[in-house]
Design a protein around this ligand. Structure first.
Ligand code: NAI
Length: 341
C-alpha cells in the first residue's frame, strides 16, 4: 500500500467557493465549529445558511449571527454545497426524504463520516459530487485549534466525482474549515468506516474486557477497590501514557517508565503472540463490519426505536455493564471521593 497523499493549504483554491451557497445541515458539535471556521476564513455570511429544526442549536446559530432556515426544502433548493452534520443515524431519514428530492443536480454533498456513504444509505444524483471531509477531532477542538491558528487532523476523499471537479472543491472546503492547515490525509469512506467501526467493535471492547478481568483477578488476590481504581484509571495514568504515545511514539513513550516497568511491558507483550486475537479481529472486520452485518442490525434497532414505547437497547447494555464488579467497586469508591482527596 503506498503512503497516503497529504494535502495542505497551498493545494487548495478558496476562490472555487466564490458565490456558492453553502448550507450546513446541523449546528451541533461539528456543524457549529465548521460553519464558524468557514466564515472566519472569509466566506461571506450571506453565502452560509444553517438548516436546522427548531431547537436550541438553531437558537445558538442565530445568536452567532448565522442565517437559519427551518424549511429543509428551501435549504435544499439553494444549496450549491451541503454539509451533512447531523447524527449519522438520522441522516438517511432527513437527507433522503427532505433534501435529496429538491437538491440541484450538480450540488456538492459533504459528509464528516464515511458510514452512510460506504453502506449506501444516502441517495445521490449521478452528477453530484460526494466528498468526505472528516475531522479526527471533537467539534470544540476543530474550533479552538482554528482560533489558535493551528490545524487539526482530517481525512478527505472524493466518493462520487459527478462534476469531475470533486477533489478541488473538497480541498477548497477543507481549507475553508481549517482542515488543510496541518495536512488533510487522503482517505476513503471505506477506510474511515473500517477503522472507526473496528475500533468501536473490536479494539475497545477488548480493552474494556481486559480492564474488567484484570480488576477481577487483582481483587480476588486481595487488592482493595480504592487501590485498584486509582492504579488502573482514576489516577489518569493511562491517559498520560496515550498522550506520551502521541507525542513521543507508541513504543518510545515506555522510556518514561521505570526500568522494571519497561522490562515487564516489552518482554510481556512480545511473549503474547496474538494469533487468536488477530483471527478474532479479522472475523469482526470482515464478517461484521465490512460486510454490512452490523450496519443492517443497527438500522433495525433504529427502526424499532421509532415505535411507540420502545426501549433503547443502550439502557440494557448500560445496566449489565454497571453490574460488573469493576463498575460497582468504582461506584463505592466515588462515593468516598471527598474522604480520599
Ligand atoms: P451532533 O449530535 O452534535 O448534531 C446535533 C445537530 O443535529 C443539531 O443541529 C440538531 O438540531 C441536529 N439534529 C439532531 N437530530 C436531528 C433530526 N432528527 N433531524 C434533524 N436534525 C437533527 O452531531 P455531531 O457529533 O456534530 O456529528 C455530525 C457528523 O460529524 C456525524 O456524521 C459524525 O459522525 C461526524 N463527526 C463527529 C465528530 C464529533 O466529535 N462529534 C468527529 C468527526 C466527525
Amino acid at each position: 500500500m503506498p503512503s497516503a497523499r497529504i494535502f495542505y493549504d497551498a493545494d487548495a483554491d478558496l476562490s472555487l467557493l466564490d458565490g456558492k451557497n453553502i448550507v450546513f445541515l446541523g449546528f451541533g458539535k461539528q456543524g457549529s465549529a465548521q460553519a464558524q471556521n468557514l466564515r472566519d476564513t472569509g466566506i461571506p455570511n450571506e453565502q452560509i445558511t444553517i438548516a436546522n429544526v427548531k431547537d436550541s442549536f438553531a437558537d445558538e446559530a442565530r445568536a452567532k449571527g448565522f442565517n437559519v432556515e427551518h424549511d429543509f426544502s428551501k435549504a435544499a433548493e439553494i444549496a450549491d454545497v451541503l454539509f451533512i452534520l447531523i447524527p449519522d443515524q438520522v441522516q438517511p431519514g432527513v437527507f433522503n426524504n427532505k433534501f435529496f428530492p429538491k437538491m440541484k443536480d450538480t450540488a456538492v454533498i459533504v459528509v464528516a463520516s464515511g458510514y452512510n456513504v460506504f453502506f449506501n444509505l444516502l441517495k445521490f444524483k449521478p452528477q453530484q459530487d460526494v466528498v468526505m471531509v472528516a475531522p479526527r477531532m471533537i467539534g470544540s477542538s476543530v474550533r479552538s485549534l482554528y482560533q489558535k491558528g493551528r490545524g487539526f487532523p482530517c481525512f478527505i476523499s472524493v466518493e462520487q466525482d459527478g462534476t469531475g471537479n470533486g477533489l478541488p472543491i473538497a480541498l477548497a472546503l477543507s481549507r475553508g474549515i481549517g482542515a488543510t492547515k496541518a495536512g488533510a490525509i487522503a482517505s476513503s469512506a471505506r477506510e474511515e468506516t473500517a477503522m472507526d467501526l473496528f475500533a468501536e467493535q473490536a479494539l475497545w471492547p477488548n480493552i474494556i474486557m481486559m480492564f474488567r478481568e484484570a480488576f477481577n483477578v487483582l481483587k480476588e488476590a486481595g487488592c482493595s477497590d480504592e487501590a485498584l481504581c486509582y492504579e488502573m484509571w482514576m489516577s489518569k495514568e493511562p491517559a498520560e501514557i496515550f498522550e506520551r504515545a502521541a507525542d513521543d511514539g507508541f513504543i518510545a513513550q515506555l522510556k518514561h517508565h521505570s526500568t522494571i516497568s519497561q522490562y515487564g511491558q516489552l518482554s510481556g507483550s512480545l511473549k503474547l503472540e496474538g494469533t487468536s486475537t488477530r483471527e478474532h479481529f479479522k472475523d469482526i472486520l470482515y464478517n461484521q463490519v465490512l460486510n454490512g452485518k452490523f450496519c443492517k442490525a443497527f438500522s433495525l434497532i433504529e427502526e424499532d426505536l421509532e415505535k411507540e414505547g420502545a426501549e433503547n437497547p443502550l439502557n440494557e447494555l448500560y445496566r449489565r455493564s454497571e453490574e460488573t464488579e469493576l463498575a460497582q467497586a468504582e461506584k463505592r469508591v466515588r462515593a468516598r471521593l471527598a474522604e480520599l482527596l
